[in-house]
Ligand binder design. Structure first.
Ligand SMILES: C[S@@+](CC[C@H](N)C(=O)[O-])C[C@H]1O[C@@H](n2cnc3c(N)ncnc32)[C@H](O)[C@@H]1O
Length: 304
């Protein structure tokens, strides 16, 4: 592994990603994930985390879903982890206010999903949900939680990004870091075996090539332009992947931690052997790359 990728890989091992469930309280029109049944118990997650801690220091755990705030005992799990000094990130739609149940707001980053201005957001997520999420964010800010925003970008809301940021600034009194998620393109959806729901396209068109390149050039995006978004990622069915969007697992929750780490490392070694991108931090699924390889290649051609 080249030294930059190796240094990044070593850092990544201190950050786990866990998806305890796929069920959600909302029915977003453009959500790409399947609402399957399995749910990881707190005991299963803690058993894995405790075994992992014997091999690596855990600095951060990011929880996603589904909607983790819908899990009755989720704050209890977070409190166990923050008591151990672990920084927790929670990707949430911000419509279920359980804020008072968390003991240490300053050790928690609430990554709240907002898909643009209120009317557009509610068109995807349901009437009244923008107001709920903003109220959640205001209360969280007052309580000293950290706040970031994830925002899905489509052909329709791309032209309103500046207005959206101004609106957030006005509402919250500050502008959180916003990571823009281009609506998962057909090159992602047609390849992913599970997270492959197309949903509605009327009023929510996929970005075209130029729009995708403009967004990637001008904004903080996910996946990031230089990749490196791999990590040990646990799914609700107990499979472990090399990133949050993985399609081919690197093992299961029951596997030895050293085996999982070795498997992730091997993925990156494979990536290096086949990689044609420059100055990139690597991908654990080089054949998939979330369907954005063509854009990354084009961006590098422009930059050259
Ligand atoms: C599947 S959601 C689960 C977490 C939580 N329920 C929420 O809404 O934030 C995880 C992230 O995926 C984003 N997302 C959902 N559908 C998407 C799509 N079609 N393209 C890109 N991102 C999407 C959401 O906005 C959210 O930030």
């Amino acid at each position: 592994m080249n030294s930059i990728v190796k240094a990044h890989f070593d850092q990544v091992l201190h950050h786990l990603y866990i998806n305890p469930l796929e069920k959600c309280n909302l029915k977003c029109k453009i959500c790409y994930t399947r609402k399957t049944n399995p749910i990881l118990s707190n005991e299963e997650m803690l058993e894995f985390i405790n075994r992992y801690k014997k091999e690596q220091t855990i600095e951060t755990i990011t929880f996603c879903g589904g909607e983790v705030m819908a899990l009755a005992t989720f704050p209890k799990l977070v409190n166990v982890l923050t008591r151990q000094g672990i920084f927790i990130q929670i990707i949430t739609n911000g419509t279920i206010d359980r804020l008072d149940e968390f003991e240490t707001p300053n050790l928690i980053n609430l990554i709240t999903s907002l898909d643009g201005l209120p009317t557009y957001h509610d068109k995807n997520r349901g009437t009244g949900n923008f107001a709920k999420s903003i109220a959640f964010m205001k209360k969280a800010h007052e309580m000293s939680f950290h706040l970031d925003v994830f925002s899905i970008v489509t052909h329709q809301n791309l032209p309103f990004i500046s207005q959206f940021e101004q609106y957030l600034q006005d509402q919250l009194g500050f502008l959180p870091v916003v990571t823009y998620h281009p609506r998962k393109p057909p090159t992602y959806l047609t390849v992913h075996p599970v997270s492959n729901i197309v949903g509605e396209t009327e009023g929510f068109d996929f970005l075209n090539r130029e729009e995708m390149l403009t967004l990637m050039k001008t904004k903080n995006v996910f996946p990031p332009k230089d990749l490196g978004c791999y990590q040990i990622a646990v799914a609700s069915d107990g499979k472990v992947y090399g990133c949050c969007e993985g399609t081919i697992s690197i093992g299961t929750l029951q596997d030895e931690i050293t085996t999982l780490i070795a498997n992730l490392k091997q993925r990156l070694e494979t990536w290096e052997k086949t990689n044609t991108l420059h100055n990139c931090l690597g991908c654990s699924q080089s054949e998939f790359m979330c369907g954005i390889k063509q854009y990354l290649l084009e961006l590098q051609t422009y930059a050259a």
